[in-house]
Design a protein around this ligand. Sequence first.
Ligand code: ZN
Length: 493
Amino acid sequence: MRNYFLCCIALLLTLNLKAQHTERCGTPPVKSEWLKNYQANPDAYAKGGDTTLYVPVTVHVVGTDVGTGYYPTEDIFRTFCQMNVDFEPVGIRFYIEGDLNYIDNSTWYSHTTFTDGTVMMETNRVPGTFNCYIVEQATGAGGYYNPVSDAVALTMGNLDLQTWHTWTHEAGHYFTLMHTFLGWEGIDYNLNEPTPESVSGWFSPIPVERMDGSNCVEASDGFCDTPPDYLSSTFNCDAAGFSLQLQKDPDSIFFYSDGGNYMSYSDGICNSYFSQEQQNAMRANLINNRQDLLTNQEVIDVPVTEVTMSLEPAQGEVVMEAPALRWSSVQNANRYYYEVNRVASFPSSLRIKEGIVSDTFVVVGGLGDDTNYHWRVRPFNTTYPCEGEFASSSFMTGELVSIDGITALNDLVLYPNIVSAGQTVRLETDLDSRVDMQIYLLDVNGRQVSTIFKGQANGSFLQEIQTQALNAGLYWIAINVDGVWTQRKMVVF
Ligand SMILES: [Zn+2]
């Protein structure tokens, strides 16, 4: 095992010299021992019938040292969901394990060597998951599978090229697939020269695949249902999905490359499938060689469909500083994406806060006084992160005034205001007109602990505050009357 790793490290260092020539994908063009053994006798390997296999993915979102430059969440989800669509016929479904893992490291964010990429992958590996790193630069390639660390790097630029199915392609490598043009990496095919019987390969010559299928097992990628393909640069397809570039095999039989295969270098508009043998190999690899990915098969495999959620604060409500945004839980959701924005159309340029939580509330601090904010939340689950509709609302942050600033409140009494836990506190006042009133219990940091009252009130007013569930400490009773806030201190010992 150790020798295998050392050999691979040497191999990857060599690849640094070749990286400039393989801009599309920097995966070493060397078959794994597992794939060689598998292709020698594929029938000997279990493939799990037509059972759907669920694979946990750790998404590492790499940014600069100062925490900038991350690939946007919605783009991560979009391309992740595309991978799931592409893998549907394979019967493999990916789900995001845990939270997105944000890493701040400029060297890794834009790494120029496999050595740096390997250090990144060794440092941040989450065992038992398919580790994927989204970076700005990856050795000059658009992405690669690193066999030393058994993880993939994906560049934002390539993920942006939606037709390229980059994540799907690198996941294919992860499950041991090679390019359909294996051996031609870094070589420019020339129709005007005789096609060789073999290309050099990294360690030993690789036979060039023939059109008659006579050498399909030992040639190129070793799959007989992926026809010859010698194109190692991005190519366009015709309407039928074949390359425009003509090629001829060693027997001088002419052909065009099939751009439909995800493991080819077509520009992707025609990318639409893994061949049956590729699918079988990936399932066999997962079941026989990657059992640690299959320990949890009890995942939510239904997208979120519910669209009605109740939100608090509701539309236009006045809140204290650091309000808790709350929403009703939604069936089949295990995560919620929330956003606070200055504008109701939620432009990203005016986004104030965003995040993903598994709770049904979040406390947002750092907001300005007397300001209108819009917020929205989208329920989803980590198997279908693109499904689930936003529900939105707005709130107004209040301005704190002294008790005398609220004319409707007369003789406000909070008694006792130093209590032992369990004691009941009485809040009494006399209102000289009908008002909209909200009363919240806040902790010492201004975060909402509970709602004491919410509604209309007039005349003499009494509210009892229960304290048995409170830890010892300083609390605030925040009172809002017709949009103006005041607060009173309360100590629990
Ligand atoms: Zn590749």
